[in-house]
Design a protein around this ligand. Structure first.
Ligand code: HEM
Length: 473
């Protein structure tokens, strides 16, 4: 049964109600006036398994504990100060991605030999080559996350082969299962159809993942203990997220137990990787279809950074147009088109509707981001619309890319940095073009996250002005 009132739809799905919100004003009402009521997440099949115990940060069924876990995440792990400590990792990994692209996709022209290359002859690389960008970005983002979490890289070169293979296989398995359980999560009355199959496979995969994460925690615990018993008592390594929570565990073992650490690793990997990868791919696709915007972004980077070095995070505050491109990408292709479900903990009122306790809230960010009443020329890619403001301006606030209210994404700052750094370095280092005259197809793949249906393939070659710098990376 369904009741509709303006852009708000109340569905009764068996024992479950869902409130579907497609207007900014109704969404605002849910996340401001009713923020406390909608602070919980519903119990979903994926959530149940992405959940070590009732405490785990992330997706569902941890409603009693989310406040303390959010505090840990936002204040201890993903705060601006803490992120600054890890900026070296992000810079190093982005540099490695650029280096790898250069190695795999750039050739010497036939009339130059290796010595030209060594002499940094600027005419060496003249050929356009085809690049499948998504695998490169996946490697980059996973490596950044796992370096910050555990000090390990599992993709590309310089990895411990066996461990990396195991990690990659577990990630593939769990991602596949999460994708297959999504429809059941949104339409719970369908769960009986494949409930047994999906649930059984999920239990097995989660066991594998649990033991993998436990071995990481044990390894870090041993290293910390060894460092403490060392005569100097100095640990020379860079701290990782696991180390940071293990040190909190000492003073508060009940709050920060191993289950919490594993739950946090899991939440960060599943909430923080796909989302950033998808955004970078959409942004590059949009820029290929709008070469003038690409040119303007390049001009801004060249003006602020030059050609003598690869851009880094300290350049980001000067690159307004790059941020405008990213905001416009977030607007047109929000990675999480329907914001992760919230649930009402008591009866409330939204846009004149009586919403019963236990109703699942589904906010349609995709529709709101393309609402003509809210955005001038709403379907047009026009980064300039964000000019003269930042995310706290009126326009910026209409973006629901990271959700809103108490459960707003705690990784927004990190996500934005990773996207901006990767995109900026790709624009600065390489020339990009479409394959053929056709524009890049912007069809979307349906799912909990909204990736590009056709993975992006493009032509690339190093920028002449950057060759010297790139050869030195
Ligand atoms: C472009 C990048 C990203 C996008 C678009 C994105 C988007 C979102 C959205 C829409 C939500 C739901 C918010 C709500 O329900 O109101 C969310 C939640 C979450 N995100 Fe992100 N995210 C990104 C990056 C990250 C990163 C890098 C991390 C962590 C390392 C992260 C961790 C989380 C977690 C843990 C939650 C659940 C929060 C809770 O339930 O309280 N996200 N994200």
């Amino acid at each position: 049964m369904a009741q509709k009132y303006g852009d708000v739809l109340l569905l009764r799905l068996g024992t479950r109600n869902a409130l579907v919100v497609s207007s900014f004003s109704a969404a605002e009402e849910c996340f401001t006036k009713n923020d406390v009521v909608f602070a919980n997440r519903p119990r979903t099949l994926a959530g149940k398994h992405l959940n070590y115990n009732s405490k785990t940060m992330g997706f569902s069924n941890y409603n009693d504990h989310w406040r303390s876990l959010r505090r840990l995440t936002t204040l201890e792990l993903l705060s601006a100060n803490r992120l600054l400590m890890f900026s070296g990792i992000r810079h190093e990994e982005t540099k490695l991605m650029v280096k790898q692209l250069l190695k795999e996709h750039c050739y010497y022209s036939s009339d130059h030999d290796e010595s030209d290359h060594n002499n940094n002859n600027n005419n060496n690389y003249t050929k356009w080559t085809r690049v499948k960008l998504r695998p490169k970005i996946v490697d980059l983002v996973f490596n950044i996350m796992m370096k910050m979490i555990a000090g390990k890289r599992y993709y590309g070169n310089e990895v411990v082969e066996e461990e990396a293979k195991q990690f990659q296989s577990i990630m593939r398995e769990v991602s596949g299962l999460l994708a297959s359980s999504n429809i059941n999560d949104f339409l719970p009355f369908l769960q009986w159809i494949d409930f047994q199959g999906v649930e059984k496979r999920m239990t097995n995969s989660m066991k594998k993942m649990d033991s993998f994460f436990q071995s990481l925690v044990d390894e870090h615990r041993k290293i910390l203990e060894r460092a403490e018993s060392d005569a100097n008592g100095h640990d020379q390594r860079n701290m990782t997220f696991i180390d940071l929570i293990l040190s909190l565990q000492k003073s508060n073992p009940q709050e920060y137990d191993d289950e919490t650490i594993k739950g946090l690793i899991l939440a960060m990997l599943f909430a923080g990787t796909d989302t950033s990868v998808i955004t970078i791919e959409w942004a590059m696709s949009l820029l290929l279809n709008h070469p003038n915007a690409m040119q303007r972004a390049l001009g801004e980077i060249e003006g602020n950074v030059g050609h003598e070095r690869l851009m880094n995070e300290s350049d980001l505050p000067n690159l307004n147009y790059l941020h405008n491109i990213i905001n416009e990408t977030f607007r047109l292709f929000p990675t999480v088109p329907i914001i992760l479900p919230h649930e009402s903990s008591e009866d409330c009122n939204v846009s004149g509707f009586h919403v019963p306790k236990g109703t699942m809230l589904l906010v349609n960010a995709w529709t709101i981001h393309r609402d003509e009443k809210l955005w001038e020329k709403a379907t047009r890619f026009w980064p300039e619309r964000f000019e003269g403001g930042d995310d706290h301006t009126e326009v910026g606030n209409k973006l629901l890319t990271f959700g809103a209210g108490r459960r707003v994404c705690p990784g927004a700052l990190l996500g934005r940095r990773v996207v901006a750094l990767a995109l900026g370095c790709l624009i600065q280092s390489f020339e990009w073009d479409r394959i053929g005259a056709q524009t890049v197809d912007l069809a979307e793949e349906l799912g909990l996250t909204m990736s590009k249906f056709q993975p992006l393939e493009a032509l690339c070659k190093p920028r002449q002005a950057m060759i010297c710098t790139l050869n030195k990376l």
